[in-house]
Design a protein around this ligand. Structure first.
Ligand code: NAD
Length: 354
């Protein structure tokens, strides 16, 4: 099969980890007889430097017309001025919007060799294997009005938490689909005791749940979910929630895996290319040193193969190679190992070929 992949490596360690992930994709292409055509484009701070915009129309068009997009990370101190009119993150938000990706999937699987790397007690981490699904294009971050206003000499700020039924429906549906081949459990997270939008969320979760009699649906208030994620993470299979709750809970869940550098993500829409990226940022403190953990980006390629390119065998091959490398003690510096980005990738590639 022939696939076109747009690469937006971005800033800081972004280009370093994307370079390693492409090496893995090239091995997959050779092993499974595919052709990957890469189009590399600027995004974030480097695009601001070159074009004055964090995402140009041309780059967006090249992302929209690809089979999938692989992103590194954007941002860094050079572009951090809060007064700046153009910021790297704007590129990321515009890209998500332009691709229409409404669901962010973050699988969190704790490798047995890494249970001691997390601040959570090791005995709670054995067997953790979950996907947190966050709604990405609605809710508090996008609702209008969003403003500040002076009223009778006092300043008032407003954000609006708004959801349409169809926005909730499509993400809950996706969560059930994801649960089917897994442990068949969906934990829907809301704040239905306080928020009207959460009551609509819960109502729709129940409606959609009726279509999936083999999947267990549980409702959890977001405060309870925050506790459960660290107190009993093995009980979570697929957790689905709205945008802001998901923003917070996905970062909390990432702590279970021991390092930010380990975790992949996929952002999916109803159709069109998916957006794949590690969950970490541009890590300016280690950029240019060749020590960034490439695993999150390499596992993002596995998600790309699974969800956008429909190549399940190839996706599983990458995941198995990563697992075997870690089991053999191959670790980067963020996990108290000795390997640099390229050496870690060499170890994964050796197991992919083997
Ligand atoms: P960060 O994720 O870049 O780094 C946090 C810590 O984790 C740092 O100590 C870093 O060295 C370490 N780390 C992150 N990824 C690693 C990897 N692959 N291997 C080894 N160690 C790794 O978060 P931050 O420091 O808060 O943000 C830095 C910049 O990244 C900021 O400009 C921020 O806006 C941006 N950012 C971008 C994204 C994105 O592009 N999606 C996400 C988060 C932050």
């Amino acid at each position: 099969m022939n696939f076109t992949i747009t690469l937006t490596p971005g800033d800081g360690i972004g280009p370093e980890v994307v370079r390693q992930a492409v090496r893995v994709l090239d091995v997959i292409a050779a092993k499974f007889n595919h052709t990957f055509t890469y189009r590399e484009r600027l995004l974030g701070g480097c695009s601001i430097d070159q074009f004055g915009a964090a995402l140009t129309d041309e780059t967006l068009a090249d992302c929209q017309s690809a089979d999938a997009v692989l992103l590194g990370a954007v941002g860094g101190p050079k572009w951090d001025d809060p007064q700046a009119k153009v910021r790297p993150e704007q590129g990321l938000l515009a890209l998500r919007k332009g691709l229409g990706v409404f669901a962010n999937l973050r699988p969190v699987k704790v490798h047995p060799a890494l249970v001691n790397a997390s601040p959570v007690r090791a005995e709670r981490l054995h067997g953790v294997d979950m996907i947190v699904v966050r709604e990405l294009t609605g809710g508090l971050y996008f609702g209008q009005p969003k403003e500040r206003r002076m009223i009778d000499g006092k300043e008032r700020a407003v954000d609006t938490l708004e959801y349409w039924d169809y926005e909730i429906h499509r993400i809950i549906e996706l969560a059930f689909q994801l649960a089917l081949p897994r442990k068949k459990k969906v934990s829907s997270v809301d704040k239905a005791n306080v928020l009207e939008s959460s009551r609509l969320w819960r109502q729709i979760a129940i409606e959609v749940g009726k279509k999936y009699p083999t999947v267990t649906l549980e409702h959890m208030l977001v405060d309870t979910a925050a506790m459960r994620l660290v107190a009993s993470p093995t009980n979570v299979d697929v957790m689905v929630t709205e945008n802001m709750f998901g923003d917070i809970l996905t970062d909390e869940a990432s702590v279970l895996a021991g390092s930010m550098g380990m975790l992949p993500s996929a952002s999916l829409g109803a159709s069109g290319p998916g957006l794949y990226e590690p969950i970490h940022g541009s890590a300016p403190d280690i950029a240019g040193k060749g020590i960034a953990n490439p695993v999150g980006t390499i596992l993002s390629c596995a998600l790309m193969l699974r969800y956008s390119l429909k190549c399940e065998k190839e996706a599983a091959a990458i995941e198995t190679a990563v697992e075997r490398a870690i089991s053999a003690g191959c670790l980067t510096k963020d996990l108290n190992g000795k390997l640099g980005s390229a050496q870690m990738t060499d170890e994964i590639i050796a197991r992919l070929r083997g």
